[in-house]
Design a binder for this molecule. Sequence first.
Ligand code: SF4
Length: 195
Amino acid sequence: MPDITWELFEKQVEACRLCSLCERVHHKVPGQGDPHAPLMLIGEGPGQDEDEQGLAFVGAAGQLLTRMLSAISLPRERVYICNIVKCRPPGNRVPTPEEAEACRIHLRMQTWLVRPKVIVLLGATAAKNLLNPEIWITRERGIWTERKGVWMLPTFHPSALLRDETKKPAAWEDMKSLRKKLMELGLYTDIYGQE
Ligand code: SF4
């Protein structure tokens, strides 16, 4: 995708009518953060707060995610955050496989632009679409997979942690594992400059 730019990406998402999710949204939610972050986090889809503001992970789940990143000394503005679908599914339902597939073109573009070294898959929808359609997130979270030089970590979606506090210890283990991986790859101290 040699001619792709962030400007073109934003325009394409804004104009996109590839699935019916765009019909009832207030704003598209392409994603935001450091455009060249070594760490990319991918969730499921925008919720109500995100739809109203046009920004990813700004509601209660987003605030929890910010605290989780902060707990391993990662400033949120130094990572890139987005979702599998860029339009809010009605009632926050899970995007259908067809909707996720339609929106894949945008995710491919932004992954190409960011070129992350590490991707965290937040929740089953992201993990199923990008890692393994059969993945059982409760059992297989926390297991690293390398694809074409990019390390991928499935973990719980922060909204699942808000619904079920018993998942938080496992999520914390995943955050520590993320920190360790970033350090092993020379990304943590070199890029974030903190320990
Ligand atoms: S969810 Fe994605 S594919 Fe569907 S209309 Fe929105 S931007 Fe386009």
